[in-house]
Write a new protein. Structure first.
Length: 180
């Protein structure tokens, strides 16, 4: 059994140097730091978390690793405008292991849609089940089907899935360009 590896997830997602990437629920920084490594000092990475201790810990970690392009901010990704990011300002949004703990799951997708540029991409990584102490409680699991439906309701187009280890799924979407 293999846990999700942020570096593998970021490589599979196809992060490119120079992008502006936002991580919703950055927590201890696994995916934020993986993006920083992949971007090799270019672009800007925003880690957003509602817990002040997580924000401060990740700020310190990024500074110690000399990731000068990482910005960590407090915010609520469950409501429109709660991320503190401007509309249409991100190339990609990553939601790693965050949906299961969100009260307003659709709000998370709508906030991602709000800040993504047209054609921007979304990566969702979450637990496939509850594993007796590892991962969320059974009633909090957001199944792959639920995530697909929430993304569609928020206006995203499904691209594909990939395996993110034995305990997680990973889904990639994009924000469609407006009809002209």
């Amino acid at each position: 059994m293999q846990f999700s590896n942020p570096d593998d997830n970021i490589r599979e997602f196809g992060v490119k140097p120079g992008q502006k990437i936002v991580i919703f629920g950055s927590g201890s920084g696994g995916h934020t730091l993986a993006v920083a490594r992949a971007m090799k000092g270019t672009g800007t990475i925003y880690g957003i978390d509602s817990r002040s201790q997580s924000v401060e810990k990740l700020r310190k970690e990024a500074a110690e690793r000399h990731f000068m392009n990482v910005r960590v901010v407090g915010g609520s990704v469950e409501k429109l405008g709660g991320s503190t990011m401007s509309p249409l300002s991100a190339d990609s949004v990553i939601i790693p292991d965050t949906l299961f703990s969100a009260s307003n799951k659709l709000g998370v997708f709508k906030e991602a849609e709000r800040i993504l540029n047209y054609g921007g991409r979304l990566l969702v990584v979450d637990w496939i089940a509850s594993f007796k102490g590892a991962g969320p409680q059974p009633e909090h699991v957001v199944t792959e089907e639920m995530a697909l439906n929430l993304a569609k309701e928020a206006g995203f187009i499904y691209e594909h899935r990939f395996s993110a280890g034995s305990y997680h799924y990973a889904l990639i979407f994009h924000k469609p360009r407006p009809n002209r």
